[in-house]
Structures are given as structure tokens and as C-alpha cells.
Design a protein around this ligand. Structure first.
Ligand SMILES: Nc1c(C(=O)O)ncn1[C@@H]1O[C@H](COP(=O)(O)O)[C@@H](O)[C@H]1O
Length: 164
């Protein structure tokens, strides 16, 4: 994509420790040449910055937010309450409860405030990146084309797999 270099997707996470998971989302966006930004934003530790970030996201030109957090993962839901942009929530795998706490904190949103919840961990982060690309592709034919190519690549790869 060349029409703009200002970020279209905001990848945010509650802590630096989430990066190992959330980098999978950023890598997908890089692969599809989607301009994006990555930041640490925490509902618990930086609540005022979270409000500022979420409220300014739309006017800054962001179109999709990907929010990852672990444990008491309130970030995605809080952000979804502060913006009308689509928010994709990634439950980061926690040590104590293997991410079940993160998942349940993100998925069970009250009606009216949607968060698109992905799977726990790196696979969820990767799919959040792909879902963001799919959302953006709705109005960007070049991204739609790139997704068709990616999809075909997946299919070809699996079709060529041989059992031992
Ligand atoms: N769940 C949240 C939020 C939030 O929801 O705002 N902020 C930080 N955290 C989470 O705390 C976990 C442990 O963080 P540390 O590793 O910094 O102790 C991280 O997975 C983070 O997402």
C-alpha cells in the first residue's frame, strides 16, 4: 500500500511483556505493507493515556485497533468503550491461568460494545493482524488482491504436505 504512510492500524498492549505475542500481529501488517504503530497502553497502569489514545485514534486516521493484554485484560474492552473503531482483542497467555483469564476478560463484553476476540496467544495475534487486513481490504482493492494471493499460498502449502 502506498497511498499513505500514516498508521492505519494501532497495535497496543498492556505491557512490554506482551510484545513476544503481539509482534505476530505487527509482522502480518508489515508483510501486507499496512502502515501501523505499536505502543504500550494499559487500562490499569496508564489509564489517562489509554483514554487519550483511544479518543484520538479516529482523528489520527487509525481505522482498526488491535489490543492485546493478559490476566485481568481490561484494555480491549475499555478501548472499545472509548472509540467506534473496530477493536480486535488478543488474550495474551498468562502464566498463572494459561490465558483463560485473559480470554474471559476480553470475550464476554456487554451488548453494544463489541470486541472481536481472537484465540489465546500468538495464533490469535497473527489472526488479529489478518483480520485487520481483511477489514481494510473492504475499501482497498490492492489489499484484497494480496489477501487472495496469501490465501492461495496457504491452500497450496497444505495441499503439498505429505504424510510420512
Ligand atoms: N491486562 C493488562 C492491562 C490492561 O488490561 O490494561 N495492563 C497490563 N496488563 C497485563 O498485565 C500482564 C503482566 O504485565 P507485566 O509483565 O508488566 O507484569 C500483561 O500481560 C499485561 O497485558
Amino acid at each position: 500500500m502506498t497511498e499513505t504512510l500514516s498508521p492505519l492500524v494501532g497495535v497496543i498492549m498492556g505491557s512490554r511483556s506482551d510484545w513476544e505475542t503481539m509482534r505476530a500481529a505487527a509482522e502480518v501488517l508489515t508483510d501486507f505493507s499496512v502502515p501501523h504503530e505499536c505502543e504500550i497502553v494499559s487500562a490499569h497502569r496508564t489509564p489517562e493515556y489509554m483514554v487519550e489514545y483511544a479518543k484520538s485514534a479516529e482523528e489520527r486516521g487509525l481505522e482498526v485497533l488491535i489490543a492485546g493484554a493478559g490476566g485481568a485484560a481490561h484494555l480491549p474492552g475499555m478501548v472499545a468503550g472509548l472509540t467506534v473503531l473496530p477493536v480486535l482483542g488478543v488474550p495474551v497467555e498468562s502464566r498463572a491461568l494459561q490465558g483463560m483469564d485473559s480470554l474471559l476478560s476480553i470475550v464476554q463484553m456487554p451488548g453494544g460494545v463489541p470486541v472481536g476476540t481472537l484465540a489465546i496467544g500468538t495464533a490469535g495475534a497473527k489472526n488479529a493482524g489478518l483480520l485487520a487486513v481483511r477489514i481494510l481490504a473492504g475499501s482497498r482493492p490492492e489489499l484484497r488482491q494480496a489477501l487472495h494471493k496469501f490465501h492461495q499460498g496457504l491452500t497450496d502449502h497444505v495441499r503439498q504436505d505429505k504424510l510420512p
